[in-house]
Design a protein around this ligand. Structure first.
Ligand SMILES: Cc1cc2nc3c(=O)[nH]c(=O)nc-3n(C[C@H](O)[C@H](O)[C@H](O)COP(=O)(O)OP(=O)(O)OC[C@H]3O[C@@H](n4cnc5c(N)ncnc54)[C@H](O)[C@@H]3O)c2cc1C
Length: 482
């Protein structure tokens, strides 16, 4: 089957790219499970945007500061300057963000933003609202439960993808391929991500020798309830702290000010490390306190979080919620230019969390990732239309490898525990080397293809972490006590 464009992934990046590709192009969107099983759907806090032309410079400044010197300034400028246009476009198409009683858009503030500039929808339902809107607007074919198992790459061209669906295994071909497959959450024991987000496409990119960038930079969200039994741990959005929730020890002491004068509104990496360090030294449980809130405010502003916590049995705002940092977001990914075109490739694009434009540098500023998905997807779609590239077709063997093997399940747990223990909030060279050894041993054993791809991605994260000797942003090398 031949298409003009194949898009791998039905989150914000994939669906928004599809929105900007005209109906007369044959365009196919693929996702491996149900379309809502993606990180976009679970996003709570909101979308960052420059509030107006005057705010662009300040949004850029905040993003660069959070990124700890590693951001690409051009990429940040593009993201912030394009933000007003993409948001305006979505609103004009009918997307409904929350508004003040006066009818003005309602902005909230999150950590390390110097002003309120985060738009949200249905309180903490931003991701769900945006995702449902993009699905409703989709004018191209969406193929769900279609697992991509390989990229059909030869030299500097991508000819298509191998997929497995209930009809079996086959190849799909296209003139342009967009990778919008999200991040890598499932390689960590504690994470906030949808179960579909496992870094497999990253693994394929590594196999095919595509350039990867900044994979050592992974963001740990500081306020996650990790004591639930599901793989996806319960995120307690940063917007809660933006609105006044605070972090305390068992004696109700707000210890974060010992570490940074911004307290609860410091960047995520600083808060995560402070909690990690304080917990380690004091051996105390750490909590998120909702004391400043009325119950009615919580129910209205954070309806999903309220429902999730009360269904577990918490009585909020009275109860404090035990929290821990957990893996949340991958800053690195497949290296692209500012139109999402993959480094060195003619017709392959990567957008959203799978990509690395260096827009987030060493640490992502809160709510900049939905924005990144919107801005770079539209740019990629426009570039595809501009290039109007036609590929001389070529046939590839269908991927024959066995996808899953018996011992994958047990080894997956081992991998997740290794990554959490040694490649987590605070790292040291001995831990990283032992993690790499563990991953390399697993790569030599009799494993299925999909698990192998996760291992390749994990190895890339670890190798990048080993080669960056100094702490920077979210990559923190702890001093070894001898
Ligand atoms: C709980 C949570 C809350 C968040 N809150 C915010 C927030 O408030 N603001 C913000 O800016 N960011 C937030 N983020 C981050 C943000 O949601 C993500 O970075 C963003 O949604 C990623 O979008 P994406 O389109 O790149 O990928 P996703 O939305 O994750 O979509 C990935 C898609 O790729 C598909 N896929 C993956 N592998 C394959 C394969 N092998 N074959 C076929 N399909 C495949 C999946 O099925 C899925 O459709 C949050 C993240 C989480 C987890």
């Amino acid at each position: 089957m031949n298409y003009d464009v194949i898009i791998v992934g039905a989150g914000i990046a994939g669906l928004h790219a599809a929105m900007h590709l005209p109906k007369n192009l044959s365009c196919l969107v693929l996702c491996k499970d149900q379309p809502w099983e993606c990180n976009t759907f679970y996003a709570q806090g909101g979308v960052a945007t420059a509030v107006d032309e005057n705010d662009i410079a300040f949004h850029i400044k905040d993003t660069l500061e959070a990124g700890a010197t590693l951001c690409d300034k051009d990429a940040v400028e593009v993201m912030s300057s394009d933000s007003i246009g993409v948001i305006r476009d979505l609103i004009s198409k009918g997307l409904k963000f929350d508004r003040e009683n006066s009818g003005e858009l309602k902005y909230t503030k999150e950590g390390a933003h110097t002003r309120s500039r985060i738009l949200h929808a249905e309180g903490d339902g931003t991701g769900r609202v945006i995702h449902s809107f993009l699905i409703a607007e989709l004018k191209h074919t969406l193929f769900k439960n279609a697992l991509v198992t390989d990229l059909l790459i030869d030299e500097n061209r991508c000819y298509g993808v191998s997929v497995v669906t209930k009809k079996g295994e086959y190849n799909l071909y296209a003139n342009n391929i967009i990778l919008a497959s999200g991040g890598i959450g499932s390689i960590y024991e504690y994470h906030t991500n949808a179960h579909t987000i496992s870094g497999e496409i990253h693994g394929m990119a590594i196999e095919h020798g595509l350039s990867m960038q900044d994979m050592e930079f992974v963001q740990f969200h500081p306020t996650v309830y990790v004591q639930n039994s599901w793989a996806r741990k319960l995120l307690l959005s940063e917007a809660l702290r933006g609105e006044g929730a605070y972090i305390v020890d068992s004696k109700n002491r707000r210890f974060l000010f010992d570490y940074d004068k911004r307290g609860e509104l410091a960047p995520r990496d600083i808060i995560s490390r402070s909690i990690f360090d304080y917990k380690h030294k004091s051996k105390e449980e750490i909590y998120l306190s909702f004391e400043p809130f009325e119950q009615s405010f919580l129910k209205k502003r954070f309806p999903n979080i309220y429902r999730n916590l009360t269904s577990i049995g918490f009585d909020i705002p009275k109860d404090k919620i035990p929290i821990s940092p957990a893996f949340h977001y991958s800053m690195g990914g497949i290296k692209t230019d500012l139109d999402g075109k993959v480094d060195g490739m003619k017709n392959l694009y990567a957008i959203g969390e799978v990509a690395s434009t260096r827009v987030h540098g060493a640490n992502r500023l809160a709510s900049n990732s939905l924005l990144e998905g919107l801005v770079f997807s539209r740019r990629a779609a426009r570039r595809i239309l501009e290039d109007n590239y036609t590929l001389k077709q070529k046939n590839f063997q269908i991927c024959q490898a066995q996808l899953y093997k018996e011992q994958d399940k047990v080894l997956k747990e081992t991998l997740r525990s290794i990554m959490w223990k040694h490649v987590g909030v605070a790292r040291d060279i001995f831990g990283l080397q032992s993690a790499l050894g563990g991953v390399e041993v697993m790569l030599q054993t009799d494993i299925g293809r999909m698990f192998k791809l996760r291992l390749l991605t994990s190895a890339e994260v670890i190798k990048s972490a080993i080669s960056r000797k100094e702490s920077l942003g979210s990559h923190y090398i702890k001093k070894i006590e001898i």
